[in-house]
Ligand binder design. Sequence first.
Ligand SMILES: NC(=O)c1ccc[n+]([C@@H]2O[C@H](COP(=O)([O-])OP(=O)(O)OC[C@H]3O[C@@H](n4cnc5c(N)ncnc54)[C@H](O)[C@@H]3O)[C@@H](O)[C@H]2O)c1
Length: 327
Amino acid sequence: MVKSQESPVKIEHAGLNEHTQKMLQQLKIVTVIGSGTMGNGICHVFAQSGFDVHMMDINQTALDKAIGTIEKNMDRQVAKSALTDDQKKKALSRISTYTDMAEAVKDADIVIEAATENIDLKVKIFQQLDKLCPERTILASNTSSISITRIGSFTGRPGKVIGMHFMNPVPVMKLVEIINGYATDKEVTNLIHALSEYLGKVPCIVNDYPGFISNRILLPMINEAILALQEGVAGVEEIDTIMKLGMAHPMGPLQLADFIGLDTCYSIMNVLHMGFGAQKYAPATLLGNMVQAGYLGVKSGEGFYKYTPGSKDLVVAERFQNKSWKI
Ligand SMILES: NC(=O)c1ccc[n+]([C@@H]2O[C@H](COP(=O)([O-])OP(=O)(O)OC[C@H]3O[C@@H](n4cnc5c(N)ncnc54)[C@H](O)[C@@H]3O)[C@@H](O)[C@H]2O)c1
């Protein structure tokens, strides 16, 4: 692996005060916890931007799969001339994999946690990170909905805990939603804002309320689509087509739910439901059933659609092909 001696951040970053500029230039090693759908994409963009990336997961198979995914996605960029072959090789050589958290974080300047969306798990991870990381390390979470303030309160450094919410697929999507915990230091927010721009993203800062902005608005729409399907108002294809062609959404809500992962959607709805205490956020029974049964969307091979490796065809899952709701 190519170990750089200094931060890849060299350019004068327009509009940054001297302090933020200096902090940005001190960032060299980024550890990403979790190498699933989001973790591998986050590693991809940091490695492509010149950072040394430590990718950590409890599951070696997930790490191997993530490296394969990053390589495949970079090949796609090379084919589109968005990346040279040499840049791809250098970026891949900057990523090292770990199953031992202590090893993965011991030199980290910033950690981005992208493990499964579960509050108890995240609290445990942040407690471990707080113990294992150097004092200077910033601890960011890619959580879709869980309170940054709450996660930070379990650490001895709540001022250095922040939400850095990338969108899926990370190398393609421009937005980073930055979530200010109640105790997050302003200089940390400024730094993450500058870092997001350095990665070529467009950051938006929001305050810490359940679901923040993105998922407070997106997930109830997805849940409503699932409720409409559950009630037999229309079929999978009809619901997605109406939202695609009628509302100019690039993807229908049910396909998007498959893409996000139905387990993640379910967790986010539960956070909104509990956080606001309002019935309108209760997750659809069908969503809960699908998650319990292991139909999680793209990652498990079936959700509202059936996914066959190597095929790009969008095929409605057999159980939703019954059109008995039609008159
Ligand atoms: N999927 C999306 O579209 C999306 C978008 C934005 C944010 N997020 C958020 O990103 C986070 C990750 O979601 P995902 O879709 O990548 O999930 P995923 O299920 O694809 O991957 C989660 C990974 O975390 C690993 N993991 C579990 N416990 C761990 C631990 N203790 N230490 C290290 N690794 C551990 C798992 O082995 C798995 O590889 C969640 O908080 C989710 O809400 C997801």
